[in-house]
Ligand binder design. Structure first.
Ligand code: ZN
Length: 132
């Protein structure tokens, strides 16, 4: 397993890139709209992992709710797994509370599923299975 990316919520990706790209020197290699979560996503590789900037594209996006409650900040940590179906099944058997019992399509056409912060010491955890 490894950390696939860190998800950071922001009100505006363009403004956020002033820091991550212009000041820090990371490169935004991929921008896309993920309709399912009503977010615009920017991916900036850093070592083996990536920073994922998340900007809501609608008021009912989960990221809008997060920004309202807490302002910008770390929204989730994403762990890469070999087989997301097996991983979800195992977690379910252990009584872990899942937000997604079935994987859905995330950024970059990966399969993703979220684990509830209730079971992870308050961290929203995303499981990612990359396309082979
Ligand atoms: Zn993510």
């Amino acid at each position: 397993m490894k950390i696939n990316h860190l998800g950071i919520a922001t009100k505006g990706i363009d403004e956020a890139l002033d820091f991550w790209e212009e000041a820090l020197g990371l490169k935004n290699v991929h921008t896309e709209i993920v309709e399912d979560q009503k977010v615009k996503v920017a991916m900036l590789p850093i070592g083996e992992t990536r920073i994922e900037l998340l900007e809501p594209i609608s008021d009912d996006s989960p990221i809008s709710k997060f920004l309202e409650k807490r302002g910008g900040g770390i929204h989730h940590i994403a762990i890469e797994v070999e087989n997301i179906h097996e991983c979800l099944e195992k977690l379910k058997q252990k009584g872990v509370r899942l937000i997604d019992e079935q994987p859905r399509i995330g950024a970059d056409d990966c399969l993703i599923a979220f684990v509830h912060p209730h079971s992870t010491n308050g961290v929203l955890l995303e499981l990612v299975q990359t396309k082979k």
